[in-house]
Each structure stands twice: as structure tokens, then as C-alpha cells.
Write a protein that binds this ligand. Structure first.
Ligand SMILES: Cc1ncc(COP(=O)(O)O)c(C=O)c1O
Length: 405
């Protein structure tokens, strides 16, 4: 029998389906009691006092930069190795994303390169549109694939230059880091940044279809994000419904970013199973590492005893010097064998908008420029069957053997 392995298959159980039906029957479809409960339970899970549920991680990051007062013309350090969101929210505010190269091992932001870009910024404009008197105010680290950055390093880097840090933790739930085996774990969101933003998009580690959450330890920042998430109104719909009154005031021109109770109902159950689903992904990662560890044409993702990895992604790197085919052909061959895969990511500096607007050149980011052409993300999701995993392993091994140089 032919086995087809999708890149991702959402894991939704009967309770989640029943919760959606119950929500529809309740008559309360938009933000209501289930959103509040989801916020409270998520905040308690990551160890943050405040959580604001929204309809995407993009919305969460936009609200975060707005609440921290990002102004037009100011600059923010953003990794080039990330999804569109991380830089576009900076552009939403009319501010400038200063792109930073990645570390070769994790593909997370390279803080040494951030320091270099900062020094360059102070001495000469980085690109035609950037001026010397640009004011750098923040940094947005991304925990790529769910492998957290060293939070001490991020915090001391930002403290030295008076920057705020907002985490793009779209991949990093549940995830944690510690300084050493003798130190306690700190969860992503447990005071790891001024604001930490998570994604519940369809293929993320927990899902609400579309959804996101911003968590913070700062009551004022939380209040501003909540206000701006629903038109800048003084009371949100739920407070009006539950006795807050009909006479709202528009405090600021906000956005329409609220999560629905239909989505939150799914989220409550996904949250309760988040750790169990993480174990399942960790087990798949362990089996890939064992089964592909001896393939000389590949490099496998790094493990670290001081990280609880969410294993949202399992990106392998092709050793192109040992192969007769390039990455794109490798992906084509995987597809022909019914193995779904993806690439995380074409770096931002290789996209037309960022090249044309800021004049970034491939040589400004040597690590990301070389690395991205070697990346292939393999399927990893809870509920992946043994024969599916075996098919991926067999196909990858076969291609490496067939096209070895
Ligand atoms: C690193 C990163 N940040 C942000 C996002 C955006 O998440 P959302 O679709 O919830 O807005 C994604 C989505 O894939 C992502 O990979």
C-alpha cells in the first residue's frame, strides 16, 4: 500500500469537536467566557500574570510593539531567519527592522552579529535608506523550531543598550531553558521578555485554527494590548455582555484582533494536552535522530540538555558538497515519494521587499545565505504513525545513497 506522509496533520480529538458544537449551541460565538478561561489557563501554564488572547501571533506581536511605544523611524533588531511576521509588525509602526544573521547550529539570531550590525549602524548607514542617527529601541528574538535562545544572553545584550525585548515564540510552546543542569527551568513566557507572543495557527504545537496569545508581567502593557485588540474601546464585548455597560469610550484607534469563543474552546483542550503532544513530537525527533544519525550527507538538528525543545520543526541540513542534487531537487524527490516537507525559511534579506526597501545584500548575512539552501523540514506531528515515520526515514536514506557524490 502506498504511504503518503503530509508535512503536518492537526491532532484534534472528540472533546475539541464537542466543545466547538457546544459553543455554537451556547449562542455566544465571539470573545466571551471561553476566551477569558483560555487566557487564565494559558497564563498559569507559562507562569505569566497577564495573557491577552488574539486571532494570530502576528496580531500579538503588533500589539506588543505598539504597547511598548515603537515610533516611526525607530529601529528594531530582527533575525533574517524568520517568517514574514517578525519584521512586518515593525513596518506596521513605520519603524525599521535591522536584520541580523543567524547562528550556524540553531539558526536562532546571532547576538554577535547583532552587536556588529549595531556598531555598523552607529558608524555608517547599513543601507541607502538607513541614516546614521537611527534610534535602536528593541530586539525581537525568535526561538526557531522551538529551541529557545539563551535568555540571559538576550537580556544582557538588550540591557546594555537599553533595548526592550519581545519574543516571537510562535514555535515555542511549551518550551523552557535553564542556565545549567543545577539551575531551575524557566518557561518561555515566564518573564523571559517584556512580552512573549505565541501562535495557535493550524500547524503549530497547539492550535485554535487561527489564534495567538501575548503574555507579559507588566499590567500596563497588558492593559494597552487588551484595549488595542478591540478597537481601543474602554470595555470589550464580554464586559459589556456580563454587565460592564453599553456606554464604551474610544480611547485610541485600535484594531480588531480578538479571538472567538469558538477558537478558545478548542484552545482550552489543546492546552490541557500540550505537554503530552510535546512528548510525542520529542519521541519522533529522537527516532529521526537515531535513524538518520549515520547518514553522512546530512546534518541533524542540535540537542541541548539545557533546553526543553517544543520540537515544532525537525529541520535537516543537506551536505551539498556530498550530494549530486541540490535542495530543491531533493524536495522534488521527496514529493515524488509522497513525503511532505517545507523550508524554514528563505531568509528575509532574500525577499524582494526587504532587498528593495533597505538594500540588504546576501553577503551582509553570510551564514543564513549559505544555510537556507541546505534546509529541509521533515514531517513531525503528534499522531504520526510508525509506518509514516519509517517511510520518511527510508526515503531520506534512499535519496542520500542514490545521489551521494
Ligand atoms: C516565527 C513565526 N512568527 C510568527 C508567525 C505568525 O504566526 P500567526 O500565523 O499566528 O500570525 C509564524 C507563523 O508561521 C512564525 O513561524
Amino acid at each position: 500500500m502506498r504511504i503518503q506522509v503530509p508535512f503536518f496533520r492537526a491532532d484534534l480529538n472528540a472533546q475539541e469537536v464537542e466543545e466547538v458544537v457546544a459553543t455554537l449551541r451556547s449562542g455566544w460565538l465571539t470573545s466571551g467566557p471561553k476566551v477569558r478561561r483560555f487566557e487564565q489557563e494559558f497564563a498559569a501554564t507559562v507562569g505569566a500574570p497577564y495573557a491577552v488572547a488574539v486571532n494570530s501571533c502576528t496580531a500579538a506581536l503588533h500589539l506588543a510593539v505598539e504597547a511598548l511605544g515603537l515610533k516611526p523611524g525607530q529601529a528594531v533588531l530582527v533575525p533574517t531567519m524568520t517568517f514574514a511576521t517578525t519584521a512586518e509588525v515593525v513596518r506596521y509602526m513605520g519603524a525599521i527592522p535591522v536584520l541580523v544573521d543567524c547562528e550556524p547550529l540553531t539558526t536562532n539570531m546571532d547576538l554577535d552579529d547583532a552587536a556588529r550590525k549595531l556598531a555598523q549602524l552607529k558608524s555608517e548607514p547599513l543601507a541607502s535608506t538607513l541614516t546614521e542617527d537611527i534610534q535602536l529601541v528593541g530586539i525581537i528574538p525568535v526561538h526557531v523550531g522551538g529551541m529557545m535562545m539563551n535568555i540571559d544572553a538576550v537580556q544582557s545584550f538588550s540591557a546594555a543598550d537599553g533595548l526592550w525585548a519581545i519574543e516571537d515564540a510562535a514555535h515555542a510552546f511549551p518550551a523552557a531553558w535553564r542556565r545549567s543542569p543545577d539551575e531551575p527551568w524557566q518557561q518561555c513566557g515566564e518573564g523571559t521578555a517584556a512580552v512573549t507572543c505565541f501562535s495557535f495557527y493550524a500547524n503549530k504545537t497547539i492550535t485554535t485554527g487561527e489564534g495567538g496569545m501575548a503574555v507579559t508581567h507588566d499590567a500596563e502593557v497588558a492593559e494597552r494590548m487588551r484595549l488595542m485588540s478591540l478597537h481601543g474601546l474602554s470595555h470589550d464585548a464580554w464586559e459589556r455582555y456580563s454587565g460592564g455597560g453599553w456606554d464604551y469610550r474610544i480611547i485610541a484607534p485600535g484594531y480588531k484582533y480578538n479571538l472567538t469563543d469558538i477558537a478558545a474552546g478548542i484552545g482550552i483542550h489543546q492546552l490541557a494536552r500540550a505537554e503530552q503532544m510535546r512528548w510525542q513530537r520529542e519521541d519522533i525527533a529522537r527516532r529521526y535522530l537515531e535513524a538518520l544519525g549515520d547518514v553522512e550527507e546530512l546534518e541533524l538538528p542540535a540537542k541541548d540538555e539545557n533546553r526543553i525543545h517544543s520540537w515544532h520543526l525537525f529541520p535537516i541540513r543537506l551536505r551539498l558538497e556530498r550530494l549530486l542534487i541540490n535542495r530543491n531537487v531533493f524536495i522534488e524527490k521527496l514529493k515524488q515519494s509522497d513525503v511532505g516537507c517545507s523550508v524554514h525559511w528563505r531568509p528575509l534579506h532574500l525577499h524582494p521587499y526587504y532587498q528593495e526597501t533597505f538594500g540588504w545584500r546576501p553577503e551582509d548575512f553570510p551564514v543564513a545565505t549559505a544555510l537556507w539552501e541546505r534546509l529541509v523540514s521533515l514531517p513531525i506531528f503528534p499522531g504520526m504513525r510508525d509506518n509514516e515515520l519509517a517511510h520518511v526515514v527510508h526515503t531520506v536514506r534512499r535519496l542520500c545513497a542514490q545521489y551521494a557524490r
